[in-house]
Write a protein that binds this ligand. Structure first.
Ligand SMILES: Nc1ncnc2c1ncn2[C@@H]1O[C@H](COP(=O)(O)OP(=O)(O)O)[C@@H](O)[C@H]1O
Ligand SMILES: CCCC(=O)OP(=O)(O)O
Length: 360
């Protein structure tokens, strides 16, 4: 079976072609702040990202013939994890999503490309809105604003399972499953999510998109609420400009004009003390979130897993380890397993091994 996988992230478009379980082509296309600034809304990037995918296939000489196309899921209503066939309700909710993020394009591009082929199915799996929060984690100090989750559900779960499999391989006499473990997983990408996984359920995690948790390469994280209200009423910025100050033109992008962590580290090595302060503040905030997740798990933490693109950076992972390794062993999984996780979900669906859920 041939599967096309499309994973639009805030700073990249990742794609892969699988023949059954085997990846035959994998590519990450990075997008700079300057490249994306021309699109007023994320949805306006639809043609740009779709054409990039098609151009890569053509460049590689890969025929446009697939049994399934699976995209990273969009910001739908909160739903249980699993694989979903793209349907009209899903397309409608992605087109009119209350929150903007490139992952909304995953289901839309998968659907349009699949329509162009006979008998090709379109899926998404484990979108960022998968919700397993403990009830106590939802309550805030305002009944008007309960907490919700938007997080890297797909990769966090895939990495947690990978850790369980690795530990079992290392200690075959003491096999463990993801469902047996208490884990803190930090996805460090364009957005950052830090989650407490209790025995196979993500019972608490920051809303990585909407102004909660650590700041990230392009997100503000938690902000002082009073100052935010004053800014909203200052008349200086429109609603859409304000939203970009939370997600898009925030975090490293706002402080340093780039989302490229390698470039920031280079600036630090060249003596840029402001860049050092900002990057160290991001690390500090991530570490504080890890501490909070440890409390959610009553301090019973089997491991802390660092993953996502930024986990490639020794500057960041070494400083994070200094702060949090007293809590539990830390393991680093640079990059992500999202493309493989998506491909396996599509294969499972095509083979009838996974129940295909219906989005309503
Ligand atoms: N080798 C690397 N070293 C340091 N940072 C990296 C490296 N590769 C990618 N990154 C950073 O990872 C972030 C993107 O992470 P990724 O998980 O690919 O995110 P997304 O899905 O949000 O686009 C960017 O800030 C990028 O600069
Ligand atoms: C859908 C929210 C998860 C997120 O922040 O993803 P990116 O890091 O790819 O922007």
């Amino acid at each position: 079976m041939k599967i096309l996988v499309i994973n639009p992230g805030s700073t990249s478009t990742k794609m892969a072609v699988f023949e059954d379980e085997k990846p035959v082509f994998v590519k990450t296309l990075r997008h700079s702040v300057d490249e994306l600034v021309h699109y007023p809304r994320v949805i306006d990037q639809f043609e740009f990202r779709k054409n990039l995918v098609l151009a890569e296939l053509e460049h590689e000489g890969i025929p446009f013939a697939f049994d399934a196309i699976i995209g990273r899921g969009g910001l739908l209503k909160p739903i249980p994890g699993g694989v979903y066939e793209v349907n009209d309700a899903m397309i409608n909710d992605c087109m009119h999503a209350m929150r903007t993020h490139a992952c909304n394009l995953g289901c839309l591009i998968a659907s349009e490309l699949a329509h162009a082929l006979p008998a090709c199915r379109a899926f998404i799996a484990d979108p960022g809105v998968v919700d397993e929060l403990d009830e106590v984690a939802r309550v805030t100090g305002s009944p008007l604003m309960p907490r919700i989750t938007i997080w890297h559900a797909l990769n966090q779960r895939a990495i947690a399972r990978r850790y369980a499999a690795e530990r079992t391989a290392e200690q075959p006499d003491r096999p463990v499953r993801y469902e047996d473990l208490n884990l803190i997983v930090c996805h460090l990408g364009g957005g950052i999510s830090v989650a407490a996984h209790r025995k196979g359920r993500c019972v608490d995690v920051n809303n990585a998109l909407d102004g909660e948790g650590p700041f990230s390469p392009e997100r503000a994280g938690t902000l002082p609420a009073g100052d935010l209200i004053d800014l909203c009423f200052s008349g200086k910025l429109s609603q859409s400009e304000l939203k970009k100050r939370i997600s898009g033109r925030a975090g490293l992008a706002a402080h340093l004009g780039t989302t490229d962590v390698q470039a920031v580290v280079k600036r630090i090595e060249e003596g840029d003390e402001h860049a050092r302060l900002v990057l160290d503040a991001m690390i500090y905030q991530i570490a504080k979130s890890v501490g909070a997740a440890a409390v959610v798990l009553y301090g019973k933490v089997d491991a802390i897993l660092l993953t996502g693109g930024i986990a490639h950076s020794d500057y960041i992972t070494s400083r994070l380890k200094e702060r949090v390794s007293f809590l539990a062993p830390v393991r680093v999984y640079p990059g992500e397993d999202e493309l493989e996780a998506l491909a396996l979900n599509a294969l499972g669906a095509l083979r009838g091994e996974l129940e295909v859920q219906v989005y309503q």
